[in-house]
Design a protein around this ligand. Structure first.
Ligand code: B12
Length: 213
């Protein structure tokens, strides 16, 4: 079996207590939340995906790992937000599309956006298009809508939301960014989104570009 760093292995094992312990220890040693996430925790979750695909892990094991991730994300979130009391970079409404309940990646994107100074309205998971429209209407001016999807069938929801934006007369002031493991640049172009990014740091760069465009 492959050898992983202790923190990565603790995520794979779904050992929430150990994940928290190591994260706390590493923070005391001045590790940054970004590096703990990018170098250790996300690779752990990706390996869990591989084990699921290979039929070694089933939903209960995956949920244990997801829970361990969530506990540590709650601890890291305020730290990522430090220094964000500057002028707002912009306003982002974000959610996982209707029919899809995966939220670890979406939460990471939301966290890093907040950390970078964006105001974020996180609508949660399995968000209906009407709920997106409602949240966007409540805010004037340029707004970014971030849509996340992890399962291929729910990708279809993304163009449906974009169509709903057009019908509501909102498309010209709403910039749409889409993401999630199955989303490609080609798909984003095809459905008329304004951009996509492979990871949370890329999502922040993209959001900054979209605010300037
Ligand atoms: C954890 C997990 C679960 C957990 C979710 C817990 C939670 N709270 O999220 C549970 C156990 C609930 C689950 C359920 C299911 N899952 Co699941 N799950 C996963 C797993 C293992 C990891 C996903 C994850 O968290 N990745 C880590 C994060 C950090 O990465 P990420 O989500 O890709 O996000 C990053 C980028 O994509 C990007 N990003 C994400 N969102 C956005 C948004 C924007 C705007 C931008 C710019 C960028 C961006 O930035 C993020 C940070 O770097 C994946 C495997 C995989 N390799 O993806 C399968 C996977 C996604 N699941 C899968 C399936 C099939 C299911 C189920 C249908 C299983 C079932 N039979 O019930 C259900 C879905 C139920 C539903 N209706 O949604 C399949 C999907 C296959 C497909 N392509 O269609 C996968 C790929 C596993 C597999 N190989 O078969 N799952």
């Amino acid at each position: 079996m492959a050898e992983f760093p202790e923190l990565t292995q603790a995520v794979i094992d779904g050992n929430a207590k150990k994940v928290l312990e190591i994260v706390n220890e590493e923070l005391k040693k001045n590790a940054t939340p970004q590096s703990l996430l990018t170098n250790y925790m996300i690779p752990g979750m990706l390996h869990v995906g591989k084990l699921m695909q290979e039929g070694e892990y089933f939903i209960p094991e995956v949920l244990r790992s997801a829970k361990a991730m969530r506990g540590a994300l709650e601890l890291l979130e305020p730290l990522l937000g430090q220094g964000a009391d500057r002028q707002s970079e912009g306003y982002v409404v974000i959610g996982t599309v209707d029919g899809d309940i995966h939220d670890i990646g979406k939460n990471l994107v939301a966290m890093l956006l907040k950390g970078a100074g964006f105001q974020v309205n996180d609508l949660g998971v399995s968000v209906k298009k009407e709920v997106c429209i409602e949240a966007l209407k409540a805010r004037e001016g340029k707004v970014i809508l971030g849509l996340s999807a992890l399962i291929t069938p729910t990708l279809e929801e993304m163009p449906i939301v974009i169509e709903a934006l057009k019908e509501a007369g909102l498309r010209d002031r709403i910039k749409v960014m889409v993401g999630g493991a199955p989303v490609t640049q080609e798909f984003a172009d095809e459905i008329g989104a304004d951009g996509t990014a492979e990871d949370a740091a890329g999502a922040v760069d993209l959001a900054k570009r979209l605010m300037q465009s």
